[in-house]
Design a protein. Structure first.
Length: 447
């Protein structure tokens, strides 16, 4: 039971509750990102649906366990946003690396190797978010369903390959990563909409096809407010033979009424040595990688957090400079708060190697989009705005505080949040979001 969840003492409590029959119908797996919460939720769903004589055994041959291992169980629904691109890319790299090792050793693999299962599951975690049961009557699904089908076809091809030549795997893996990134970017917003929760609620009240049904909502705090209220109805009257598992690194982002109905299982931060073992055993990464699992998965992004922070500083300094130029054109005095902000952001941008502020918004947008690869990779734009928010917080803490400074920082945060909603929930094009963001901020600074 839970053999694939490494270095998390909380699984012992889960085992005890399963054996005693005292598992609650609604659970919260809380704890740090990349701590194994999602993997534990999937394993719990498999165990609850197991029809074998040795319940909990990973390689149980019963039909239910086989479907759950492949994330194809009709009694499982998964919702929520996460870093799919990083996990898929890391899993693909592990598969190719493993294939090279097998070839160099002269071994032959007659069964599907665990590392290939890792890659397949990483794709199916994304595909599970597009379960037709969750998207019925949604006009958007007609546009993205061809992408889902194409990705499923490519995955079936990978699943059927038993090759020991890494070169034969690299091209189809790269194609799958590209298609998965496009599907994630165009199909999933940052927030779970109310329609998705309502569909999950309807599904939860249907009889299971096997022993038990499970709904998993990862990063459950990322729900629209209406979706949280809709989920509360399931928590208040959970259907029989259903287990609901929410995962979140920030439990306080959930409604207090939701928390009161969830049994909390707390995952802990892993030690550096434990993180190394996860990277090595699960992702076949370097055994001496010392920066942790989150950093390792983040290394597969085309841009690192430091680069995004530098771009954020460049944007902020350029907005302040453009506002100052506009006031000069109007022959108005530049307020001290704008000068303070401009000096701070410009200094940070120069320290980060970005140079002086852009001469105009056209130059600014071109550089940001070019350096960020047009934010084509899912999650990159959200990360960029989060880094921008961290920069604003750093400015707020610098020098002397004042009510005016707090108001200016609040304006930045408000527009950052609005930009995230536009891009993630309404799927507005990133250049359009940035143009509105820049113009609104400048207008607020000069009025």
């Amino acid at each position: 039971m839970f053999e694939n969840i490494l270095h998390q003492p909380v699984v012992e409590q889960l085992k005890a509750d399963l054996r005693s029959g005292s598992l609650a119908p609604a659970l919260l797996f809380s704890g740090p990102p990349y701590g194994g919460k999602g993997a534990a939720a999937l394993e719990l769903a498999r165990i609850l649906g197991c029809e074998g004589t040795e319940t909990g055994k990973w390689n149980c041959p019963c039909p239910s366990c086989r479907r759950h291992r492949n994330l194809l169980s009709p009694d499982l629904i998964i919702l929520g946003k996460k870093g799919f691109f990083q996990e898929i890319s890391a899993s693909a790299a592990a598969l190719v690396r493993h294939t090279k090792e097998v070839k160099s050793s002269g071994e032959q693999e007659r069964n599907l190797p665990p590392v290939r299962m890792l890659f397949i599951r990483s794709i199916r975690k994304l595909l599970a978010r597009f379960n037709p049961a969750l998207w019925e009557d949604d006009p958007k699904f007609g546009k993205i369903s061809p992408q889902v089908s194409a990705l499923e076809d490519d995955l079936a091809e990978i699943e059927g390959l038993f090759k020991t030549d890494a070169a034969e795997l690299e091209k189809p893996c790269a194609s799958i990563i590209k298609k998965a990134a496009k599907l994630e970017s165009e199909g999933l917003g940052e927030l779970i909409p109310i329609a998705r929760i309502r569909r999950a609620s309807w599904w939860s009240r249907l009889a299971p096809l096997g022993k038990h049904k499970c709904i998993i909502i990862e990063n459950a705090g990322h729900m629209q407010e209406g979706a949280k209220n809709a989920l509360l109805k399931i928590l208040e009257e959970p259907p029989p033979r259903l287990t609901l598992v929410l995962t979140s690194p920030y439990p306080m982002s959930l409604l207090p009424t939701m928390l009161s109905r969830l049994r909390d299982y707390r995952f802990v931060p892993r030690s550096p040595e434990a993180e190394k073992e996860v990277i090595s055993r699960i992702f076949r990464g370097p055994e001496d990688y010392a920066e942790g699992l989150e950093s390792y998965l983040g290394s597969f992004l085309p841009l690192k957090a430091g680069n995004l922070y530098a771009l954020g500083a460049y944007l902020a300094s350029s907005v302040a400079a453009e506002a100052a130029r506009e006031l000069q054109r109007r022959m108005k005095e530049i307020p001290p708060i704008l000068l303070d902000q401009g000096k701070f952001f410009t200094r940070v941008a120069e320290e980060e190697g970005m140079g002086r502020p852009a001469a105009n918004y056209k130059t600014l947008l071109e550089k940001i989009l070019r350096d960020a690869d047009n934010f084509d990779i899912p999650g990159l734009f959200s990360q960029f705005f989060r880094e921008l928010g961290a920069l604003v917080s750093r400015w707020l803490r610098s020098g002397q505080g004042s009510p005016e400074k707090a108001l200016w920082a609040a304006r930045w945060r408000r527009e950052i949040n609005q930009g995230l909603v536009e891009a993630d929930s309404f799927n507005i094009a990133v250049p359009t979001v940035l143009e509105r963001f820049l113009e609104t901020l400048k207008t607020g600074m000069i009025t």
